[in-house]
Design a protein around this ligand. Structure first.
Ligand code: PSU
Ligand code: MN
Length: 304
């Protein structure tokens, strides 16, 4: 494995000593946010993880090496190159490594690499899911299959309504992925705390979350867990406004015939433009909030 995988010294030592580690993805840096907010956010997220006594491990492919624990310079490099960096999900990983290229890892690829490295907790903004019209287009993020098979707990603020939230939850149910609302019985919709869909489990403390996750894996139930952590009230956006922005972005993407891996980044950028950057501020705040919870969860898991 060492031929491909490079853990930073800090991450390697933390894992050897049982210090909690939180994995972080890089598609959000290169494709999810504009420069320079992407770099500022990635560094702020790492800081929040440290403040909560865990070690951050931002994951990406740099020059064909799968790196776990990027340096600040590497984060800046990815952030500056932005969409030029290949978006790497599970299927893209062999190619990017074989060719010695750079790659920004999605939730799916980051989960896979985290598990390979021995990291159990991962913080992000939102996971991918079943796109609207997915029953026809088959546009279903590889993140969902990864959650079905890879043992990593993913803390997110739910999924955006650029996706079909109902179908996404059905898919997760079919594949046996627990969806745990943190302090809520409603699945959050990223920018808003409400989506109109319930979660089937609620946990109110990081310790309670950790216990459920530990039991899952002790029982040999393979796969991940979605921890759905609602955006803090003070940063959440107006439901009507964000719904309008998303609806018009989805319509435009369909008209332009945007397909495949371009769909998610296209919609994210469009929604940001329509809301005049308000969605970006909410996005930044919810990622920080997720990093905080992930660090606490990693702490609790390390005690069990
Ligand atoms: N949702 C967001 N921001 C993001 C993504 C999703 O709100 O940056 C990124 C994540 O990296 C996620 C990926 O894993 O998009 C999903 O892409 P796709 O739908 O092509 O699988
Ligand atoms: Mn897709």
């Amino acid at each position: 494995m060492n031929e491909y995988l490079v853990l930073s010294k800090e991450v390697k030592e933390a894992l050897a000593e049982g210090v909690p580690v939180v994995a972080l993805e890089s598609t959000i840096i290169a494709h999810g946010m504009p420069h320079p907010q992407n770099v500022e956010t990635a560094l702020a997220v790492e800081k929040v993880v440290r403040e909560n006594e865990a070690v951050p491990a931002t994951i990406a492919v740099i020059g064909g090496k799968i790196k776990v624990g990027l340096t600040c310079e590497e984060i800046e490099y990815l952030g500056e190159k932005g969409p030029e960096v290949i978006k790497v999900s599970r299927r893209d990983l062999p190619y990017v490594v074989a060719k010695g290229l750079d790659g920004a890892t999605t939730v799916a690829a980051t989960m896979f690499i985290a598990a390979m490295s021995g990291i159990k907790v991962f913080a992000t903004g939102g996971i991918g899911g079943v796109h609207r019209g997915g029953e026809k287009s088959f546009d279903i993020s590889a993140d969902l299959q990864e959650l079905a098979r890879t043992n990593v707990a993913v803390v997110s603020a739910g999924v955006k309504s650029i996706l079909d939230i109902g179908l996404t939850l059905e898919y997760l149910e079919t594949y046996g992925v627990p969806v745990i609302g943190f302090g809520t019985d409603e699945f959050p919709a990223f920018y808003t705390r409400k989506s109109g869909y319930k979660v089937h489990i609620t946990a109110d403390t990081p310790a309670e979350l950790a216990r459920i996750i530990k039991v899952k894996w002790d029982l040999g139930l393979k796969g991940g867990v979605v921890v759905a952590n609602p955006i803090p009230e003070e940063y959440s956006l107006d439901y009507e406004e964000i719904t309008r922005a998303i609806d018009s972005a989805v319509l435009e993407a369909a008209e332009k015939g945007v397909r495949g891996k371009e769909v998610t980044p296209y919609l994210l950028a469009k929604v940001k433009d329509i809301t005049g950057g308000k969605s970006l501020e909410a996005n930044i705040q919810l990622v920080l909030n997720n990093a905080r919870l992930a660090a606490k969860l990693a702490q609790e898991l390390s005690k069990l």
